[in-house]
Ligand binder design. Sequence first.
Ligand code: ADP
Ligand code: MG
Ligand code: ZN
Length: 754
Amino acid sequence: MASGSAKARAKDGSQRVSSVASGGEDVTELLRSRLQQWWGYPDFRQLQKEAMSLVMQNRDSLIVLPTGGGKSLCYQVPALARDGMAVIVSPLISLMKDQVDTLQSLGIAAACVNSMQTGQEKSEVAGMIRRRALKLLYISPERLVQPKTIEFLRDAYVSFIAVDEAHCISQWGHDFRPEYRQLKTLKREFPGVAVHGYTATATEQVRLDIVEQLGLQNAEVLVGSFDRPNLVYRVERRVDAIGQIQRILERHKGESGIIYCISRRNVEATSQSLNRLGLKTLPYHAGLADEERRKGQDGFIDETADIIVATVAFGMGIDKSNVRFVIHAEMPKSLEHYQQESGRAGRDGLEAECTLLYSPGDVETWNYLMRDVEDEGVRSSSDESLRSMKQYCSSTQCRHRMLVEHFGQTLEKPSCGACDVCLKEMTEVEDALVVSQKILSGVIRQGERFGAGYTAQVLKGSKAKRILENRHDSLSTWGLLKDESETQLKHWIDQLLSQGYLRQSGEFNCLEVTPTGRQVLKGQLTPTLLRVRRTEESERREDSWEGVDRGLFEELRGLRMRLAVTRNLPPYIIFSDATLRALAKHRPTKASSLQQIPGIGAKKLQDFGPVVLFEIQQWCLSRKLPTDVDFLEGRTAIADISERPHSSKPATDSVTAAYYDLFEQELSMEEIAVQLDKSLDTVSRHLASWLQFQRRSDISPWVSVAVQARIEDSIGRLGPEKLKPLFEDLKGEIAYHILRTVATVWEFCQHEEE
Ligand code: ADP
Ligand code: MG
Ligand code: ZN
């Protein structure tokens, strides 16, 4: 049967290659086949092939790739291609759990040991290690260096040791973990075993420190490009934070994202304001109770909460691949931090948006927070960081270029096509002098006794009650800039403030024109004013949506959620957004096409193939959409489950997926009937469709072998077409739902034998 052959391919990862291959081409092919078979990815990303071969060669190495670059595959794929078990050091339980869940969902034998496990769980893992049944073991640094762990692992046939987030070993890095320092003993305790470090750290100093601290010998250091071309960077002057955030969120309905603020207080305030507007956000900062923090983090991961408003305390330990936006409501304290935090978006390689809202006051906020730091060195490096950060915010240069150049690299292409500057979303106002003069004289005419909002209203020509009462509708400046939006006017006032042509005073922040502002009025100085174009006009093309049926994408997202809930896994581990988009674009209805979708490896095909194909088929059928678009013909299928004739069509309602999922889990018909609140008869009809669809003949989870034999005996004499004669033949002792199940399988097995 087809299902049998699919199963045979996807047991666990403990397949063995006889020895560490060393030839170039062969090794590459071996790695590529593992990548395709287990992950369903057709090709390597930058430096992955090189990084993996170093592991195959048993050569110490340090691999530097940006967040989302695919560092974990650099050790996971070779772990499958080599004999023995790889040991992976990871700093956080959540990171280990995420990776182990991902690997297990791919059918790979991986496990972790950590302090949250019960004694029994730990001894189960120990048992697997002794039986040589594990390919990857995740462990914390402090546990790994304990003498008894080392003793135990000495006999465990360790293939190599990978140190993830290796910058934690360096005190120059941003996440220094003293426990990582003890890892230096590894090279001594495991002679002959190579150690590999992986990090996204951009600074040279930290890299050298990692090599030194890990005691790597003759290590190869590979550094990839830090550019993240799929991230769209934008900087906006903060005029009305909540409004600006709200507009960004409108572009990301139902998608996941993070909003960073500097202070806990601002986290709370921002989260509350957004929630008042009907958005659903959860706050996260170090001041919350553990329980509440966990709620935030778990909700974000399992997608019950889309938006997290957080301090920088949130992020490390989140490997969620489908974060579609990261908003900084305030300026981060350095470009290193910005790179890190914004980098949490778009790990799946699909476009994601990173917008930074800043106001010149943010620099003061940081200075204030640093006020008690006495160390001269720390102070001056912090000043330096803030300067570069501010430069980034106020610059009109390509943001991608500024970021990579800050890290000592260059951007090859002349325009990135993915930042507000290159997309020409921000343009300099040509007659900035005249516009500035209009605004400044407006301020003077009003007697310098009003704030920015009021000034903008007057220039706009508003007939608000207050303006009429003050008779400001008779000023010559009233309506002088009536063609501009009030927001745009406020934006310009803000720009004049930040450039020192205006200042604010008193408790109501009344605007006053400064001496340099007066020079503008005399035409002696010209301010720079920027105009933000509306995003509809932006030149950005979203290539990754091309050809994607958005309705089907949403439908599949719903399916992914249902599958995730029943399996208690984060949705992005079931399928990445990239996989869902490819499905909604190519719309496979055959296993042979499904297999060609990136992210569908052998195990995913087996576990979710039927239900995904069914969902796509139903969607396309009812909308007359073409299916199996742009596939390579002639590839062999693991199980061509849908190409054979159907004796009847599966049911079409939308809950079908829920049934299929429960059948996958081999729940009894009675259990399913209770769970879905349906009759046994209905459940059995769905089961019949599913069995046919999957060409599955093993029905032992639903009908005992003895009962099957009795029914088959009757069918042999009476045929499978009508259930009533069978029911009577068996003296009414066997219920219809059981009869239907056996008859269905009998029928299609007959067909196949013909
Ligand atoms: P990093 O650790 O460098 O931040 P990850 O290892 O978490 O990155 O990988 C980020 C995402 O990219 C994951 O969803 C992973 O499955 C995906 N990925 C990695 N390598 C490839 C590849 N060769 N093809 C397609 N997707 C990949
Ligand atoms: Mg990683
Ligand atoms: Zn650019």
